[in-house]
Design a protein around this ligand. Structure first.
Ligand SMILES: NC(=O)c1ccc[n+]([C@@H]2O[C@H](COP(=O)([O-])OP(=O)(O)OC[C@H]3O[C@@H](n4cnc5c(N)ncnc54)[C@H](O)[C@@H]3O)[C@@H](O)[C@H]2O)c1
Ligand SMILES: O=c1ccn([C@@H]2O[C@H](COP(=O)(O)OP(=O)(O)O[C@H]3OC[C@@H](O)[C@H](O)[C@H]3O)[C@@H](O)[C@H]2O)c(=O)[nH]1
Length: 386
């Protein structure tokens, strides 16, 4: 830890970071790396702490005293401003961010992603504190190419699909497609933060994650989350594999995504945290443009990788089609394709992702198998016995 320097060769001073949503998937990985590799202190705010329990106990851990957990719901807790004032930097990760909620709980989604973030922005701005706010690649919505005829050669032209922070439009569906409640709330909070920067001098960085995946993402229904809950695709497919049932392809699984390993993505956030002069005032795509697949291809690859790490033979028919209405309900819609433009993050922070999709799935599914296989087996045998 000694002699840590930033990208311009200046020594990095230890700082205090107020991390809101620290108990979630991304927060747990950020906390873990901050504790093991830096001298920084974290004021960890969340309503849950299960995913960072291993960092909080026992008190003999080498970083004891550098991480404090504050069980606070930011919707209604006056302690929040005090914590932001105590910190040099606030990182806001708190959000409802599972697509199954966007069309079924649109009010909670909009409140969580816009209204609840407002005081965080206000306290940072009023107290002259730096803010790193987590937005999403969903603010781009659909690509321009999605509106071209199916057989148009322009669909192959990157100008019609690569998503760039300072050039691409944000294209959402009609209001009755409530899927876009999340993207729209995230877009408005981005605009508000940007305006606070322009009018009141707020020092901000906005992160747009492109499908970060890895261990501790979401939950396995009926094991460490509600039986009827629908997590994001990694956990949905992991759950199917653990239960030896077919993976469900929504509307045929034709949508495309680029997946990035959480550990690669966290490196980018570290560079933002420790290089304020290069990160302030910027919006950054953080993704891996080399890891593009259709959801169907993802299902096939996960089936192969899971068979390798578990030693189990895959099902003869490993996938099954399901309509989005059946899977998510009324008002669902989808992003067609998500390729991040990496120009700005390359220029400002010199960052690039490293891990291939196969490798990241291998380490993630090894973790899923080790963590959940036994519990799923027991839960399934209990259900059969009843
Ligand atoms: N994982 C991704 O690929 C991805 C992609 C795009 C955007 N993001 C954004 O990154 C952020 C973190 O995502 P994640 O994947 O870690 O999700 P997550 O759900 O695992 O983490 C969010 C955390 O925020 C906490 N939280 C929510 N509301 C709160 C409140 N009112 N008070 C206190 N804590 C609250 C939750 O308890 C949870 O622990 C979110 O803003 C999300 O929109 C993530
Ligand atoms: O079991 C499943 C689950 C999901 N899917 C499909 O897989 C794709 C990816 O689904 P995810 O649940 O990972 O969510 P999305 O990529 O659509 O959105 C995510 O993007 C970025 C973040 O802001 C959020 O974490 C979330 O909105 C979608 O096309 C979805 O319809 C399936 O085909 N089967």
């Amino acid at each position: 830890m000694a002699g840590r320097v930033d990208l311009d060769g200046n020594p990095i001073k230890p700082m205090t970071i107020c991390m809101i949503g620290a108990g979630g998937f991304i927060g747990s990985h950020l906390c873990e790396k901050l504790m093991s590799e830096t001298p920084h202190t974290v004021l960890a705010v969340d309503v849950y702490s299960d995913k960072i329990k291993h960092l909080l106990e026992p008190t003999s851990l080498p970083w004891n005293g550098r991480i404090q957990f504050h069980r606070i719901n930011i919707k209604n807790d006056s302690r929040l401003e005090g914590l932001i004032k105590m910190a040099d930097l606030t990182v806001n990760l708190a959000a409802i961010c599972t697509p199954a909620d966007y069309n079924t709980r649109p009010l909670d989604t909009i409140y969580s992603n816009f209204v609840d973030a407002l005081p965080v922005v206000k306290y940072c701005s009023e107290n002259g504190k730096r803010l790193i706010h987590f937005s999403t690649c969903e603010v781009y919505g659909k690509t321009i190419g999605a509106f071209l005829p199916e057989d148009s050669p322009l669909r192959q032209d990157p100008a019609y699909f690569v998503l760039s922070e300072d050039a691409s439009p944000c294209i959402f569906g009609p209001i009755e497609k409530q899927r876009w409640s999340y993207a729209c709330a995230k877009q408005l909070i981005e605009r508000l933060i940007y305006a606070e920067g322009a009018e009141n001098g707020l020092e901000f960085t906005i992160v747009r994650p492109f499908n970060w995946i890895g261990p501790r993402m979401d939950f396995i229904p009926g094991i460490d989350g509600p039986s009827e809950g629908v997590p994001r695709v990694l956990a949905c497919f992991s759950n199917n594999l653990l239960r030896h049932e077919p993976l469900k392809l929504v509307d045929g699984g034709h949508s495309q995504r680029t997946f990035i390993y959480i550990k690669d993505a966290i490196e980018a956030v570290f560079l933002m945290i420790e290089n304020p002069a290069r990160a302030n005032g910027h919006i950054f795509n953080v993704g891996n443009p080399n890891n593009e697949v259709t959801v169907k291809q993802l299902a096939e690859m996960m089936t192969q990788v899971y068979s390798k790490v578990s030693g189990e033979t895959p099902l003869e028919t490993p996938t099954v089609d399901v309509s989005s209405k059946e899977f998510y309900g009324e008002g669902y819609d989808d992003s067609d394709k998500r390729i991040p433009d990496m120009t700005i993050i390359n220029r400002q922070l010199g960052w690039n992702p490293k891990t291939s999709l196969w490798d990241l799935l291998e380490s993630t599914l090894t973790y899923q198998h080790r963590t959940y296989a036994e519990a799923v087996k027991q839960a399934m045998s209990k259900t059969t016995a009843n």
